[in-house]
Write a protein that binds this ligand. Sequence first.
Ligand SMILES: Nc1ncnc2c1ncn2[C@@H]1O[C@H](COP(=O)(O)OP(=O)(O)OP(=O)(O)O)[C@@H](O)[C@H]1O
Length: 359
Amino acid sequence: MSQTIFTRFQLDYGAFQLDADLNLPGSGISVLFGPSGSGKTTLLRCIAGLEQPPQGFLSVNGKIWQDSERAIFLPPYQRQVGYVFQDANLFPHLTVFDNLNFGLKRVGRSFNGGDVRKTLKLLAIDRLLDRMPDRLSGGERQRVAIARALVLKPELLLMDEPMASLDFKLKQEILPFLIRLRQQLDIPVLYVTHSQEEVAQLADHLVAIDAGRVLASGPLADTLGRIDLPIAEDKHALMVWQGRVVEHDADYHLTLIGFSGAELHLPIVAAAIGDTVRVQIYASDVSISLEAPRATSILNVLPATITDIADRLNGQAIVKLEVSALPLLAHITCKSRQLLDLQVGRHVYVQIKGTSIVN
Ligand SMILES: Nc1ncnc2c1ncn2[C@@H]1O[C@H](COP(=O)(O)OP(=O)(O)OP(=O)(O)O)[C@@H](O)[C@H]1O
């Protein structure tokens, strides 16, 4: 059975109150997503023991780290937590090796352990060990910061916008490593971001937070499909489907991806037949018609059923659909919704104008 993290924190800063009750899976990446000032960092700091709210409970994989009712509070150094920040914060006067070894020595562990080697390999920093931090790229520095946290074998890894200070190119460079962490790490990760793109690429579980409160917490597609939340209204609102590569069509530079009950053609994907891939579909790329379009340039046309609709004051309607059992969001105008008389339960066709692979 998957181990679980239970948190309950209440904290009052005067102008801001955190009141967060969360149950997170004991594996995979849980992403905390919310606007600036919504309390994401404060929640991570509570989990790390850097804040001590008067009301707090935290248990990680069956161990109680904090329980205000029983006056239990493990100080930060007794919590097996790795913390990666926006900036790598490496010791500038120490080599990469010494930066990593610094923490290991403090806990009486050797650099030569199998776990350390595995981490260096996972983050491809084995060839950077002699470098000083100022001779590393921003992405390499961040990979060293992640390795420094992981070699201490934490029970939980906290990552607070680890890519926020990287430019687009460096983000693209580090993302594959984060995806690899998602696939290979056997500890739970709590990852803070503002970016829908990072949500699509990394989240297994998604928590939407606003004004210090948890609005939703659940498997990625469940939270993305909550049309009552700001995340579904955002102009970058999207859905993520996981599928497998069925075939490549070299003549047309297309790849066919199969999902449970649906197939999509994508611009050719660098993955082998049978590989698992995530595909993101923006709500703004989905249009709806009542009949199967007979002459259309759009390759991906699928039958769907409307399961929910929310009209917004800005003239936009968010439509939630099911394609087979796969959830999908569409942003259309309220005028189109009225003209087509779209109602919950109606069978329609969706045309998906653009799709892209996220890993
Ligand atoms: N020590 C403190 N004392 C008083 N208020 C604080 C303190 N730390 C944070 N706050 C306030 O708490 C609120 C939540 O801050 P927090 O940094 O947790 O938000 P966030 O969601 O991580 O934001 P961002 O995405 O911009 O990093 C903010 O209004 C912030 O000003």
